[in-house]
Design a protein around this ligand. Structure first.
Ligand code: FES
Length: 126
């Protein structure tokens, strides 16, 4: 399967509450970037770039990622857990890269992507 270059943008600014105190939070996107970069490197998936970004405007649904590529629909996904969903994100990104236009068949989408999809935006060429 040919894979076109794609990017996973990961918000590293989202705050995930860890308790009632206002200062009780972590920023799970930071760890998710490291995990995804390692998985792509270790798996030899050179077609996928993992890029940290400061905000994807979905601040209440960490972790939030966007899948983007030239001439592909862009998907915005939230509610991702950096530990339990890392493999699903990798699989989804590879399916996205292999797709003609970024639309991955429903049956090939991981549950976390089915539940967490926030938006999809057509490519300029559409
Ligand atoms: S801070 Fe993460 S989407 Fe806004």
């Amino acid at each position: 399967m040919d894979e076109a270059p794609v990017t996973i943008f990961v918000c590293v600014s989202c705050r995930r509450s860890l308790g009632d105190a206002e200062e009780s939070f972590d920023q799970p996107g930071r760890g998710l970037v490291d995990t995804l970069q390692a998985r792509m490197r270790d798996g030899g998936h050179t077609s996928v770039t993992v890029t940290p970004v400061d905000c994807l405007a979905v601040c209440k649904r960490p972790c939030t990622v966007a899948l983007a590529g030239a001439d592909k629909w862009t998907y915005l996904i939230g509610d991702l857990d950096p530990n339990s969903h890392a493999e699903e994100i990798v699989a989804a990104a590879l399916s996205f890269a292999a797709s003609e236009n970024g639309i991955v068949p429903w049956r090939e989408r991981p549950n976390s992507f089915r539940k967490g999809v926030i938006a999809r935006v057509p490519p300029i060429s559409a």
